[in-house]
Design a protein around this ligand. Structure first.
Ligand code: FAD
Length: 485
């Protein structure tokens, strides 16, 4: 039997263990906090001048707003628990119940996105709100799903193929594609239903039809008091980042901004990281353990020399997304003409989606006074944003034009009182066909390198509900290894 180290030894070992976290997005912040909880000597290196990564805030026309992530999924309860732990529980808010619309229907029409359903797939094609989007022709075509022999179903591996074959192109193009491109920045053909809608394939086999499967999956939700699938924070998701930074500093973490790590090298059982120094020459930081918490491209470049079989470049570049936040003095928006936002039928607009933030979040409405805040997004998987290469003024003008069309009200340049443009590179959506297996192999390869770990959306999947618990688990794995090796 091996002797367990004593408590005093463990404490000494924790304090003398130097951990460096590279990247100060939510993954890196969470990982750093986990190491700091045990008293380890933690340094967090962030390339940009602010923490938070895709959780970004800014002041537009005097209003402090989220310019990146604006909510968190309640699934799993991990983010909610974190928010509570950090003392922000009383600031948690639900979005307005209005729901989103879908625009780009034939004749340039728009309609509310039908209630219920799974990934836009309806349980009842003849429901009034469904017919409004897919028309009677689309509803009858979808109804064939109930009449087709179940034996032809099999296990579907592509959401697009499944929906097209069972329910027809009206459901695919006008309901499912707007949801997948709005939520995952991806086409339905590239999405694995087992990951995007767990349980759907099994329900399909049980019920013999896709609409039947959706009805079965939606049934347990029907009797319950509706809870919100996403929540926000009064004042913005940036408050979560601020609270984490405060907690890290209080725990003695050395947080260094504007410090991009350019290389990672082995040094015995530890590591050496290259960072810029004040005199322009590269400086080095020594570490006993390192966690890489950057976006995929930077992570691969740093990890590839040490991780067997890991390519230095992503096999498929992830979607580049531009978010244009507009502040408008436009009373025509007071009645929220298109609910809390608009998804689009692919190909019908140059923008991908729109969020009417003042209609969605009470706190934004209060902060904006008589003005409105609208976020227009451009870009999706395999499709560069049309805003690429334009000047900021051209981008603002295009976003305004698209907002006017998407919301179905005239909006003019003299109503635009401020704007902000934020650019993001995401990783491929985790529900991309075949990606789960590849990611599992990548993870195994990284874990086989002593004193090295990696966290973030490219490994855990996009969204705080994925990244947060994954970063806790990965930091725990590495800190145990550091203490007990
Ligand atoms: C526009 C947008 C809206 C979103 N909305 C939501 C939402 O409402 N709800 C939700 O749950 N999720 C949302 N997401 C997804 C979610 O924000 C991300 O999945 C999550 O924030 C990713 O966190 P991360 O730590 O993996 O990476 P990031 O947030 O990308 O952080 C990586 C960090 O690493 C830094 N870095 C890069 N290279 C280096 C280097 N060499 N050295 C040091 N630092 C480096 C970067 O500057 C960055 O700060 C949204 C994403 C985007 C892009």
């Amino acid at each position: 039997m091996t002797d367990l180290p004593g408590v005093g030894d463990l404490h000494d070992k924790a304090v003398s263990t130097r951990v460096v976290v590279v990247g100060g997005g939510i993954g890196g912040l969470i990982a750093a906090r986990e190491f700091a909880k045990l008293g380890m000597t933690v340094t967090l290196l962030e390339a940009s001048s602010t923490l938070g990564g895709a959780i970004r805030g800014g002041v537009v026309d005097g209003i402090a707003l989220d310019l990146g992530a604006e909510s968190f999924a309640t699934r799993g309860g991990h983010v909610r628990a974190l928010v509570d732990e950090l003392g922000l529980g009383s600031a948690v808010v639900a979005p307005a119940p209005g729901g989103a619309w879908v625009a780009g229907l034939p004749g340039g029409k728009a309609a509310p996105l039908p209630k219920g359903g799974v990934l836009g797939i309806p349980a009842n094609p003849f429901a009034e709100d469904v017919v409004r989007v897919i028309g009677w022709g689309g509803a009858w075509r979808a109804y064939l799903d109930r009449l087709r022999p179940p034996l032809t179903i099999g296990r579907a591996t592509s959401l697009g193929k499944l929906v097209r074959s069972r329910l027809g192109s009206a459901v695919l193009d006008r309901l499912v594609a707007p949801v997948t491109s709005g939520v995952y920045s991806a086409r339905p053909d590239d999405i694995d239903p087992d990951i995007a809608a767990p349980g759907l394939n099994a329900a399909l086999t049980r019920t013999g039809s896709l609409t039947g499967a959706v009805a079965e999956l939606a049934a347990p939700r029907a009797g319950k008091k509706p809870g919100s699938a996403v929540l926000g924070i009064d004042g913005g998701m940036v408050r979560l980042v601020d609270a984490l930074e405060e907690a890290l500093v209080a725990a003695g973490v050395d947080v260094r901004l504007s410090t991009p790590v350019s290389a990672l090298e082995r040094d015995g059982s530890g590591w050496i990281l290259s960072v810029p120094s004040s005199d322009g020459e590269p400086a080095v930081i020594e570490a006993d353990a390192v966690i890489i918490a950057t976006e995929e491209a930077a992570a691969r470049r740093l990890l590839a020399p040490h991780v067997e079989g890991l390519d230095a470049e992503p096999a498929v570049p992830g979607p580049v997304v531009h978010i244009v936040t507009l502040v408008l003095a436009a009373p025509t928006l007071d009645d929220a003409p298109r609910g809390t936002g608009v998804l689009t039928v692919p190909g019908s607009f140059r923008a991908k989606a729109l969020t009417h933030a003042t209609a969605k979040w009470e706190w934004v409405r209060e902060a904006a006074g008589a003005r409105h805040v609208v976020r227009v997004s451009f870009g999706a998987q395999g499709e560069a944003p049309v805003t690429d290469g334009l000047t900021d003024d051209e981008i603002a003008a295009l976003a305004l034009e698209e907002a006017s069309r998407l919301l179905g009200v005239p909006l003019t340049g003299d109503q635009l009182t401020g704007f902000a443009i934020e650019r993001f590179t995401q990783s491929q959506p985790a529900a991309t066909i075949g990606l789960r297996e590849k990611t599992a192999r990548t993870r195994d390869a990284i874990r086989s390198v002593p004193a090295l770990g990696a966290v973030g959306a490219w490994l855990a999947g996009t969204g705080l509900a994925q990244v947060v618990p994954d970063a806790v688990a990965e930091a725990d794995r590495l800190r145990r290894a550091a203490l007990f090796r």
